[in-house]
Design a protein around this ligand. Structure first.
Ligand code: 5RP
Length: 220
């Protein structure tokens, strides 16, 4: 299956939600890169964007799309991002690209979170196919690892990887995510955790999911 075409279908559909002269939040990942390439074509229609990561900023600059500093912005009309998994309640696992902290901040700042994805990201239960990424402060590695094991997870350090904020990431396998909100809160409370890649409290509002012959739009 060529997911490139599906990412493009979702990206083009997302453009329809953009309002004139607005400032958008931009996520991270290969689906978002496809979206950025489409956004470039209508860049004069918007004021600019706030970026969730250094890598997205790199591409936004390459395509001459104006980037605002998030400190200058109170709220975002729309935030557009991909996902690793999304369930029927629009809860997600994100952070495969390691930009989960910036992504969660911009998702929180936005009035409408639009998730763009291909159908391979749709799941019934979160966490069965992908590990849950957690960005942590390096000092807390041993402690967080033990706490995650107590929760039934199997943490693996993401090798040779540092986040935009110079932190490390552990990818947690085998987590049984029966209650995503409870688990998100529990993990958030472990000292040393910067961000957990469960997005179940601030979920997507709209999900644009492309299949080979159709695009499905889910709304909350
Ligand atoms: C990055 C993310 C991405 O949105 C997620 O990993 C999906 O990426 P892709 O569009 O490449 O499949 O959360 O931190």
């Amino acid at each position: 299956m060529n997911t490139k075409k599906l990412k493009k279908m979702s990206s083009i559909t997302a453009l329809k939600y953009i309002k004139k002269d607005s400032i958008l939040g931009i996520g991270t990942g290969s689906t978002v890169l496809t979206f950025i390439k489409e956004l470039k074509k209508i860049s004069s229609f918007i004021r600019g964007v706030v970026s969730s990561s250094k890598i997205s900023s790199f591409y936004l600059k390459k395509y001459n799309i104006k980037i605002f500093d998030s400190r200058e912005i109170d709220s975002l009309e729309i935030y557009i991002d991909g996902t690793d998994e999304i369930n029927d309640k629009m809860q997600m696992i994100k952070g495969g690209g390691g930009a989960l902290t910036g992504e969660k901040i911009l998702a929180g700042m936005s009035k409408t979170f639009i998730c763009i994805a291909d159908f391979t990201k749709r799941v019934k239960t979160l966490g069965l196919c992908n590990p849950v990424p957690i960005e942590i402060i390096s000092l807390s590695y041993s402690f967080v690892k033990k706490e995650i094991i107590k929760l039934g997870g199997f943490p693996i350090l993401r090798k040779n990887f540092f986040t935009d904020y110079n932190n490390i990431i552990i990818d947690v396998h085998n987590l049984f995510i029966q209650n995503p909100k409870k688990l998100e809160k529990q993990i958030n409370c472990i000292p040393g955790v910067v961000t957990v890649g469960i997005f179940s409290i601030r979920t997507a509002d709209i999900a644009i999911i492309s299949y080979e012959h159709k695009t499905e739009i889910l709304k909350k």
